[in-house]
Design a protein around this ligand. Structure first.
Ligand code: AMP
Length: 344
């Protein structure tokens, strides 16, 4: 992981990241993104966004958008994010995003956007709605990040390529108009970016796909146990120190996220000497996952009931985000020469 350089000496480094309100948050969102958000909130100037505009590329029906935004905000706070310390805001509350997105679109090429693996995946998943927003998704994401001149972006491994595209747009902008933006880097406190696999071993945990193989922060205790019980295993290792098949490695990886080191070490040793019983492994993982998810779920449910508080949080976040965005756009218009009014 490349370390970030402080572009703003004497000030805190700027951090930005976002999550779409397209469904319930899951432990992939937690370990890929939110866990880092919470660690970063004391040391950095943080902008954490609910990406409601991005969600329109795949979920055009806005009927449930407001409750979904409120739920995701509740889940952020329940995980430990403090809306007083950070700007926790909704993408659509920051109109400057649309302006910067427009300028960046002139610096993004159709060919590179069409080649993006996430675009190709979406085309496969929703061939009936291949809209231009889907194609320019990484451009909007780059606008969100650089609008605050962020240097560090806590995200999961699936976002690595989008960050590379954001750096390319920044380089092109800076080259053409002048050095305005730092190059944003994907960030994780651990050395590598995280990908939390789905329980069926097919792809990653996801808000809207693979729901029976994804552990949501809203799942009740029994559902968590049931999902983990169904995770794919086999009849066990037959040779000492055998390599683990992917789906067994996945279970161990999940265990490393929520179980104690001692518990993981015991099962590792049982695997190596072929005494492991996968039923016991899954039972232990189920219990440890329940202990991890339950307090977050209960807290999020309580916060979600308080709509007045959630609206206040979003208003406070929007104010901070708009202030930062307006300052950046003033510079952007200056360097682009879009400053035709007389000086005040
Ligand atoms: P999304 O769910 O696509 O809105 O992504 C929100 C954040 O969660 C991004 O930082 C993603 O990289 C991260 N994320 C989503 N799914 C996973 C996963 N299965 N493992 C790790 N990080 C993830």
């Amino acid at each position: 992981m490349k370390q970030t350089k402080n572009m703003n000496p004497g000030h805190q480094e700027i951090v930005m990241s976002g999550i779409r309100p397209t469904g319930f948050l899951h432990i992939g969102n937690y370990f890929g993104a939110l866990k880092n958000y919470i660690k970063m909130q004391d040391e950095y100037e943080c902008f954490f966004m609910i990406a409601d505009l991005h969600s329109l590329t795949t979920h055009p029906d806005t009927k449930d958008l407001k409750p979904n935004v409120h739920r995701v905000v509740s889940e952020h706070i329940a995980c430990g994010l403090d809306p007083e310390k950070v700007a926790l805001y909704c993408q659509s509350h920051v109109p400057q995003t649309a302006e910067l997105y427009l300028y960046l679109n002139m610096l993004a090429y159709k060919g590179e956007l069409e080649k993006t693996p996430t675009f190709k995946d979406k085309v496969r998943l929703q061939p009936e709605n291949v809209n231009a927003g889907l194609l320019t998704y990484p451009v909007l994401q780059a606008a969100d990040i650089i609008l605050h001149r962020a240097v560090a972006v806590p995200v999961g491994k699936d976002q690595e390529q989008h960050l590379e595209m954001a750096r390319n747009f920044v380089k092109r902008f800076n080259h053409r108009y002048g050095e305005v933006f730092p190059e944003p880097q994907a960030f994780n406190f651990a050395n590598a970016l995280v990908k939390v696999p789905s329980l069926d071993g097919k792809g990653k945990m996801s808000k809207s796909e693979n729901q029976l193989a994804t552990i949501y922060l809203s799942d009740d205790d029994d559902l968590i146990r049931k999902k983990i019980k169904k995770a794919k295993t086999d009849s066990g290792p037959t040779e000492q120190n055998a390599p683990k098949p992917d789906y067994i490695e996945n279970i161990f990886n999940l265990m490393k996220l929520v179980s104690s080191e001692e518990v993981v070490a015991n099962f590792e040793s049982a695997y190596r000497d072929c005494t492991i019983r996968y039923g016991d492994l899954k039972k232990q993982l189920g219990e440890d996952m329940v202990q991890f998810v339950r307090p977050i779920r209960e807290k999020a449910e309580a916060i979600r009931q308080d709509e007045k508080y959630l609206k206040e949080v979003l208003a406070m976040g929007a104010e901070k985000a708009v202030k930062s965005a307006a300052a950046t756009m003033k510079i952007v218009r200056e360097v682009m020469g879009l400053n035709y009014f007389p000086e005040k």
